[in-house]
Design a protein around this ligand. Structure first.
Ligand SMILES: [Zn+2]
Length: 271
């Protein structure tokens, strides 16, 4: 019996367009694999050094203010410089928040590491589905960014942080793309452990990992946290277009919906 028949027999579609459509048993299976191999699924990297992907966006900019107080981690932030319309604004925002948190938590966030690379390579950004980017994003977009974080972490092990084994992403519960699921993070963790032969690695989102208390966290929760803790949300960069934020692209729309849910006015002045 071929794979196709097996899938049809179990009534499972071969394609899912939102992570909420995925069979939850798959997450249980990957959890079982990790637990079997190393005794735990994911762990709190308490007082450890971690690599964190920082994009200048709202999610990663606020997440820093959750993980440093809660876990007392030392963050090595990584920014991936790609040629996109908003890149220079995103980088400016990432740099702003590294300075901001360095003042708030001295020594707990290291200087921003920047790598310049295309994810995915520009000549591959053409898709048969017209709405590919709205529904699914670029294939391997997140996993490539996470792999760069692992590679940075491996370098840090050789220099400043020999025990580093955690990569933090800031995936929130609202993200619906398949690549934003807890299952995607588990499979990335499995891949990294298997690839490196080192089962200490974990690629986790402190916001959606239900192994951690009080999760999942939504974008509206991050906004409320920021307001309560004096984090200047007008300095975050969400808009994917160039110039002043438009307030109309898909990313801006998602941000504005979250502000509405939080009952807070977005401090950004849109053009
Ligand atoms: Zn926009």
């Amino acid at each position: 019996m071929g794979t196709k028949q097996v899938i049809e027999r179990r009534g499972k579609p071969k394609r899912v367009y939102s992570r909420h459509e995925e069979d939850p048993r798959l997450l249980q299976m990957t959890n079982t694999m990790l637990k079997y191999r190393r005794g735990y699924i994911t762990r709190v990297p308490k007082e450890e050094s971690v690599v964190m992907a920082m994009s200048g966006g709202l999610d990663s900019s606020v997440t820093v203010d959750i993980v440093i107080p809660e876990w007392n981690v030392t963050i090595y932030p990584l920014f991936v410089r790609r040629s996109a319309r908003a890149t220079k604004y995103e980088e400016e925002a990432a740099r702003y928040f590294v300075d901001f948190y360095d003042q708030r938590y001295p020594g707990k966030i290291k200087p921003l590491e920047v790598v310049e690379t295309e994810v995915p390579p520009l000549q591959f950004k053409k898709y048969p589905e017209v709405d590919r980017l709205q529904r699914l994003g670029h294939p391997h977009r997140n996993s490539m960014l996470q792999a760069l974080c692992v590679q940075y972490g491996q370098k840090l092990r050789a220099t400043k942080a020999p025990d580093l084994s955690t990569v933090l992403t800031s995936t929130v519960e609202d993200d619906s793309f398949p690549h934003s699921s807890l299952l995607a993070l588990r499979t990335m963790t499995l891949l990294t452990c298997e690839d490196t032969g080192d089962w200490n690695w974990q690629v986790i989102s402190p916001l959606i990992d239900t192994e951690f208390k009080g999760r999942p966290i939504y974008k509206k929760d991050l906004i409320k946290h920021a307001v309560k803790n004096g984090i200047p949300l007008e300095k975050t960069r969400t808009c994917i277009e160039g110039g002043e934020p438009d307030g109309t692209c898909a990313e801006c729309a998602c941000r504005l919906r979250a502000f509405k849910k939080a009952g807070v006015k977005d401090p950004i002045i849109y053009k």
